[in-house]
Design a protein around this ligand. Structure first.
Ligand code: DI6
Ligand code: FE
Length: 409
């Protein structure tokens, strides 16, 4: 059997099979050919005819699928620590909003940045994720809120995958917030996003999926539906910021479009869970936003579990409600705050995160034929990835068969 690279002396957490044991293969080996997994199993059972061009000694480390961060707003300019500090000094939220704070302040900074400046602002955050074994990243637009600036954000997202060892999926989030020039005219803004912005972005090849913020401070279910119909007309799949602050019926709405995922879900109803289970829509849990907003209402994890709805875990990395470019931190918080098991949290950042991006045939588990994206960890057991906070035990990352150190290429 031909193969380019062979990793020996590794414990594999394949995350295949869906069981509670991480799909573990102790004392394993994994062979890669032309960027794909050619063979994996017990090292003692290596095929006799396997002739690797190069061999790597894993030194008894654990090897998992590359981590997938399936919900981020990581491309943005500016910084909102001034608002954070003002709030903690007692300035009321309304006053901060009056001063032009919140999403609109990030919109202003993002509009003012050149493409090169936006890339430079985003790179340190993305590199922080990459150092933790992230090999696939979803990036949303939504701070441009007009055609040229939404396009600029998504071009920068695509550029990330050219300058870094990373796969990127782009999501158009035009229906994120109402820009000031459309104050009082949300339907006109949705019309612009559907009829002008989305077609222009699609024509430039910048959109892999469409998202919206369905919330009383965002857009209504009717406006969200219009975005989804526009997406469907372009053959694009949809996902939704749903049931974060209130129950708008967003989960059922996105499930009705056979959506990839419903994200946040602190206020998810039993009907929403049923609809997601029937449609195969993934629940993306975002414990970072829960933490930074000091929410108290938990997403219905046990009910999702019982309904068999796959649960992904992501950073929601954004400058307002989750300034946290760490997927390992999100995994820890998914366990400590939401009571996921470490196995569920790791599945949430691999297998189910892949499904939330529609990439499950290609990524998310270690299986023959899948893309050879994986990470090696200096840990005693997989639970170590969730147990600590602020530790990064990543030792090596492999992107489509090409090894790199966590920080370099
Ligand atoms: N939900 C969120 O958590 C972020 N956007 C959204 O729709 C918040 C984004 C921000 O505050 O900049
Ligand atoms: Fe978000």
């Amino acid at each position: 059997m031909q193969c380019d690279d062979l990793w020996r002396s590794v414990h594999l957490a394949t995350m295949a099979g869906g069981g509670a044991d991480y799909g573990a293969i102790p004392d394993g080996a994994i062979a890669v050919h032309q960027g794909r997994i050619a063979w994996l199993g017990r090292e003692a059972e290596l095929p006799a005819d396997l002739q690797p061009a190069a061999e790597h000694d894993g030194g008894g480390r654990w090897l998992t699928p590359g981590l997938i961060d399936c919900h981020t707003h990581i491309v943005h300019a500016g910084n909102r620590s001034d608002e954070f500090e003002a709030r903690l000094n007692g300035v009321p939220y309304e006053e901060i909003a009056r001063r032009g704070g919140g999403i609109v302040s990030t919109m202003r900074a993002t509009r003012a940045a050149s493409e090169a400046e936006l890339l430079a602002a985003s790179l340190p955050r993305v590199r922080t994720l990459l150092a933790e074994g992230v090999t696939t990243l979803e990036v949303k637009s939504g701070y441009g809120l007009d055609t040229p600036n939404e396009a600029k954000m998504l071009r920068v997202a695509r550029e990330l995958a050219r300058v870094l060892p990373l796969r990127v999926r782009t999501t158009f989030l035009g229906a994120h917030a109402l820009p000031p020039e459309y104050a009082g005219r949300p339907d006109d803004f949705i019309h612009l996003m559907c009829e002008e912005t989305l077609p222009a972005l699609v024509a430039e090849g910048l959109v892999d999926a469409v998202d919206a913020f369905c919330e009383h401070i965002g857009f209504t279910p009717a406006q969200t539906r219009r975005m989804f119909e526009a997406a469907a007309a372009h053959g694009l799949q949809v996902k939704l910021h749903a049931e974060q602050l209130s129950d708008q019926g967003g989960a059922a709405l996105v499930a009705g479009f056979k959506g990839l995922s419903a994200d946040h879900l602190e206020c998810l109803s039993a009907e929403g869970i049923d609809a997601m289970a029937r449609a195969g829509t993934v629940a993306v849990l975002l414990p970072g936003a829960f933490y930074f907003l000091r929410e108290t209402r938990l997403p219905p994890v046990q009910a999702l579990r019982e309904a068999g709805v796959p649960m992904a875990v992501s950073t929601d990395c954004n400058p307002g409600t989750s300034p946290m470019p760490s997927l390992l931190a999100a995994m820890n918080m998914a366990c400590t705050l939401f009571r996921l098991t470490p196995q569920e949290a790791l599945a949430g950042a691999t297998r189910h995160a892949a499904a939330a991006l529609g990439l499950q045939a290609e990524l998310g588990t270690l299986q023959t034929g899948k893309r050879a994206d994986f990470a090696l960890w200096s840990i005693d057991r997989p639970a170590d990835l969730c147990h600590g906070l602020g530790l990064n035990p990543c030792w090596q990352v492999v992107n489509a068969g090409v090894p790199r150190t966590p920080t370099g290429s």
